[in-house]
Ligand binder design. Sequence first.
Ligand code: AHG
Ligand code: MN
Ligand code: MN
Length: 332
Amino acid sequence: MKTSTALTQFLMEEQRQYPGSSGNFTLLFSELILAAKVISREVNKAGLINLLGATGYKNVQGEEVQKLDEYANDTIVKTMERGGHLHAMASEEIEDIIRIPDDYPKGKYLLLFDPLDGSSNIDVNISVGTIFSILRCEAKAGEKITVDDFLQPGTEQVCSGYVIYGSSTVLVYTTGHGVHGFTLDPSVGEFLLSHENIRIPEKASIYSINEANSRYWYKGTTDYVEKIKAGEDRVTTGRYVGSLVADFHRNLLKGGVFLYPIDRKATKGKLRLLYEANPLAFIAEQAGGAASTGDVRVMDIAPTELHQRTSLIIGSKNDVAEAEKCWQDAQG
Ligand code: AHG
Ligand code: MN
Ligand code: MN
């Protein structure tokens, strides 16, 4: 009989390859898995338990906070704060950094997350997700942690990943040794290995961009979208869900490029560098793809703000390079 590898077993096997490792990271990840399972369960029955709709107030980004945004945020904070592996956290939904209460021990990692990505799709049963990024914390014991500790470039990530609550719940992650995907088997309550060593096709057959913004686009974006639509060397199709995790996951498996560029309306971009762009950029690169702002590699950006936004072009390597070329040519 063929048995599937559970995510926790897979992590332990990975850990064994690094004899010096303390196992703290594996324990930290196990807590994250628990939070993902709880969120998945609630997302699945949201319509039954009065978890749909808005809370009535806005977040630090000025966006409507949905009840599930808040639920997912609180689940992650409450699950992760007691483990002793984190020094602090930062969430897309919370203005300041989240400190670990004094009664719990502090660890050597920082967790950054977008608790529920694709909030506008919650009420209409379209896939949403959680995105996370783990950094090392350089603050010494006793030193007060500040926002600056979180402002590390994406290249410093120890691990990143996402959970997509779709037709099934899938967790995809990287620790810098390839990208692996696990599907939640609800009958045993475990994430089981379903996508080992994911590689993104070098050429995109799909492009994903909100075309309703085309009136605000700069020339470089328009030029690239015209080019990929014309598809001189291949046939392409357009797909845009409006949940970054869902658009990214589909493109990762099938070959695609996702663009949310700066434009005349979103002059700094829409997506968040630390909670969305960097974690997915790490996955994209580890799967053989790329992530760029058009001007620079996303993971090379030195962040200056916790909730910084960025332009994002991410996915199949050749297409990210082509979009970068159009962007740079239009400026030159
Ligand atoms: P969030 O729900 O975490 O605020 O993120 C929404 C993001 C992202 O998921 C998606 O790709 C993008 O916003 C869609 O934006 P538009 O509706 O402007 O296309
Ligand atoms: Mn998001
Ligand atoms: Mn969100």
